[in-house]
Design a protein around this ligand. Structure first.
Ligand code: BGC
Length: 767
């Protein structure tokens, strides 16, 4: 048996003697706190334990899996006093009415038996994706590609409104794991590989989901759960839920930064990383959970585990001998709510641990307070259920914004000889396994966990259907390769010769390749290359000599280095959701212009998986010196790359002063001109490079961006304000450092030098 209390006690001591208590991340509201205390003081130990447990809805389902079994509800709420339920019945979306009725039933029972409302949580990550009629937006990876935070706001607004309309006050969103390793199957769930882009978009989404006042979340808003805290996205093996090894400076500088932005925006809850960092399972990591978040940010929100991850502490990670030891380890590390999907006995374990003194009464009460505070802030005590009208549910406006986001997110990567836009006169062959599927357009977490859009919303257009409508009489569909219905991760070459035959009489081939939808561990794979069947399809089609427009519909950048030269044009549409086919048809037809840019590095070789912010000494072009280590950043397409039907020229990159001190704000401007003949939108990205630093500097870092719309010939001056502290990095000692010396700012091929006159070092994330 371990001594659970030591890590937490040590953390508290370290934090309190090294720094004064920081201002709270969410300012406390006396009325909220008074309500929490008045409820807490009346609660029994059993009632307190129940508040710390969240169960899967399946524990309440009757035999039809469509309704709650009243006897089970009595037992779970009455006997175990469970405070939270998650997920959808039978792993599928239900209607808004069905969902609302189910939650009402649970709430009424909770109020009757406990006098404390239950909190229901759902995995809505790209719109109200667990409601049949909900509005879905492109996945976060696509919103990253828009470089337009307005869409994160629209998605958050719609998701909050529609989720609340179904009586659900809590979503497990936004996803915060940086997509820095394309082998990992969940990179499409977040906004890309860059911490700054992730921070800006996720902060926007957080504010849209929760509203401006986290102490009073109204009935058009929901609580967020930032997930997964943190470092989940870079497992050493590339396989989901396996260990990561991250240097502490990187952890703070890159992985923590987006969380910090959202905690500061008032994020009410966070879900913990299922896996481990540097050998410590995150669910047992008191330094990160209690130290970095609760103490250092003075954050009074609630930490929930991921799915059965307390069990994983003993079953998988072997840091606890049994369930009880694991429960104590997690709660003492800082967990407030245990998502223990199927096991209400977790409540009994907590009661016993408190009686045995292995969880202190103070820690128990602190965790319960955090759960109650969340419920009070959400207004659930006053209104466990609500009767508001939701006239904008699934409205045309949300659909329109989803379409626009899809248009701005699909990235044109190659357009040889200006084959695109299509003229409209061509005979078009549409093929590939992704040509006629809504499931692949949406990806996972869409109506079901693994994604099943075709079964739920056949009214939307697949790529083939959208092209068929846009180019009447011109489009033929022959898939050539399809996904196996019985083993959906596999594809089958069913009729490549037929596709080749059709290609011979077509003028252009739109070949839609990529991946079927997947989510989490089922998306693990052993080869990042696009499948052999799909590559074979492309090769055989190319042999006809007909031009290929290659459409990549995939959750991660599958390697295509050997077939890319066979395509005249390439578009990466990632996971653009229900309007993604329509958006693509409009873009290919030239009704809309491309403006998406890659939010990740598109790698070319399996042994050269990089992010854009690599160390200068990783690439022979930036390392200099007499050695050539043959270290090449030979990528397919870099982060931030994306073409358009027009062209842009950058000039006059200026910074208001040629030197700065640590407290200054750098005022930067650049002129962007549309030099082509079509209107377009351009994402203007500003980078900084620290030329000499006490740790090997990153070659460059994104510091600001803005999307501008320009008519042909129009010039717009973009102004950025960058706090000098944003140019700092975290040193080997874990402290932030802004070091005197030269920096280069760059934007659209322009560069300007600027000097920092002062070295400053600080502990907290801000100066
Ligand atoms: C996933 C989380 C999700 C949770 C609840 C887990 O398996 O990792 O992202 O929120 O399940 O469904």
């Amino acid at each position: 048996m371990k001594n659970y209390l030591i890590p937490l006690a040590m953390i508290t001591a370290i934090v309190s003697c090294s720094s004064p208590k920081p201002a709270p991340a969410i300012p406390a509201d006396p009325a909220v706190e008074a309500k929490v205390e008045s409820v807490l003081k009346k609660m029994s130990l059993e009632e307190k334990a129940g508040q710390l447990v969240q169960l899967n809805i399946s524990v309440l389902e009757d035999d039809t899996h469509e309704a709650i079994d009243p006897a089970k509800l009595d037992k779970i709420i009455g006997q175990y006093k469970v405070g939270s339920i998650l997920n959808v019945m039978h792993d599928k979306a239900h209607t808004r009415e069905q969902t609302a009725a189910m939650v009402r039933q649970i709430q009424e029972k909770s109020m009757e038996l406990l006098g404390i409302p239950c909190i229901y949580g759902l995995d809505m990550i790209h719109g109200a994706s667990y409601l049949v009629e909900g509005s879905l937006f492109p996945q976060e990876i696509n919103l990253g590609a828009t470089f337009n935070p307005g869409y994160a706001k629209w998605m958050g607004d719609a998701m909050a409104y529609e989720t609340r309309a179904a009586q659900v006050p809590w979503v497990f969103s936004p996803v915060m794991d940086l997509g820095r390793d394309p082998r990992w199957p969940r990179i499409w769930e977040s906004f890309g590989e860059d911490p700054y882009l992730q921070a800006v978009m996720a902060r926007e989404e957080t504010l849209a989901l929760q509203g401006q006042d986290p102490n009073h979340v109204d009935t058009k808003h929901v609580a967020v759960s930032l997930k997964h805290f943190m470092g989940y996205g870079v497992p050493h093996t590339g396989k989901d839920r396996t260990p990561a090894y991250i240097a502490e400076n990187d952890l703070r500088e890159k992985y923590f930064a987006p969380f910090l932005a959202c905690f500061r925006a008032g994020a009410l809850t966070a879900m913990v990383n299922s896996a481990s960092i540097n050998g410590i399972p995150t669910h047992a990591n008191a330094v990160l959970l209690s130290g970095w978040v609760k103490e250092q940010l003075n954050w009074d929100g609630m930490l929930v585990t991921d799915w059965a991850d307390i069990d994983n502490l003993y079953v998988r990670d072997h840091v606890a001998a049994d369930k009880k030891e694991a429960v104590a380890l997690g709660i003492n590390a800082g967990i407030d709510m245990i998502m223990d999907p199927y096991d209400p006995e977790c409540c009994t374990a907590i009661v016993e641990l408190v009686k045995e003194g292995k969880i202190s009464k103070a820690r128990l009460d602190d965790a319960v307070r955090r759960v109650l505070r969340l419920k009070v802030r959400l207004g659930l005590f006053d209104k466990p259920v609500w009767d508001d009208d939701y006239p904008d549910f699934a409205c045309e406006k949300f659909g329109r914004k989803s379409y626009e986001a899809a248009v701005e997110s699909e990235v044109l990567l190659k357009n040889e000889g200006g084959i695109l836009p299509l003229k409209g006169t061509e005979k078009i062959l549409v093929c590939g396994p992704n040509a006629n599927s809504l499931r692949t357009l949406n990806g996972g977490w869409s109506y079901t966990w693994q994604g099943s859009a075709d079964d739920f919303v056949p009214q939307y257009n697949t790529i083939f259907e959208a092209l068929f409508d846009r180019f009447p009489g011109k489009v033929e569909w022959v898939p050539g390769v399809v996904y196996d219905k019985f083993n959906w991760q596999r594809d089958l070459a069913i009729n490549i010769p037929l596709a080749v035959k059709a290609a011979r009489s077509a003028d252009v081939i739109v070949c839609c390749v990529g991946e079927n939808s997947y989510c989490e561990t089922p998306g693990n794979m052993d080869d990042l290359n696009l499948s052999d069947n799909q590559k074979q399809l492309v090769r055989e089609l190319a042999a006809t000599g007909k031009p290929i427009v290659l459409i990549l519909n995939e959750g991660r950048p599958r390697l295509i280095g050997d077939i890319e030269p066979l395509a005249a044009a390439v578009v990466d549409i990632m996971l653009p959701s229900n309007y993604g086919g329509d958006a693509l048809a409009s873009l290919l037809a030239g009704d809309e212009n491309f403006s998406g840019k890659l939010p990740f590095t598109y790698s070319k070789h399996i042994n050269a998986l990089h992010t854009y912010d690599y160390k200068v000494s990783e690439h022979r072009a930036t390392m200099g010196g007499s050695y050539n280590y043959d270290a090449v950043m030979d990528v397919q397409w870099p982060f931030g790359f994306g073409l358009s039907y027009t062209s842009y020229a950058y000039s006059n990159l200026k910074v208001s002063a040629d030197s700065f001190a640590a407290g200054d704000v750098l005022k930067v401007s650049v002129d962007v001109t549309n030099t082509g003949s079509r209107a377009g939108k351009e994402a203007v990205l500003l980078y900084s490079s620290d030329l000499v630093a006490s740790l090997i500097p990153d070659v460059k870092r994104l510091r600001a961006f803005e999307k501008v719309e320009l008519q042909p010939g129009e010039t717009h001056t973009v102004h950025f304000e960058v706090p000098a502290s944003d140019l700092a990095f975290v040193g080997a000692d874990g402290r932030w450092r802004l070091e005197a010396g030269d920096f280069r700012l760059s934007c659209g091929g322009e560069g300007v030098m600027v000097k920092c006159t002062q070295t400053k070092v600080w502990d907290t994330p801000n100066i």
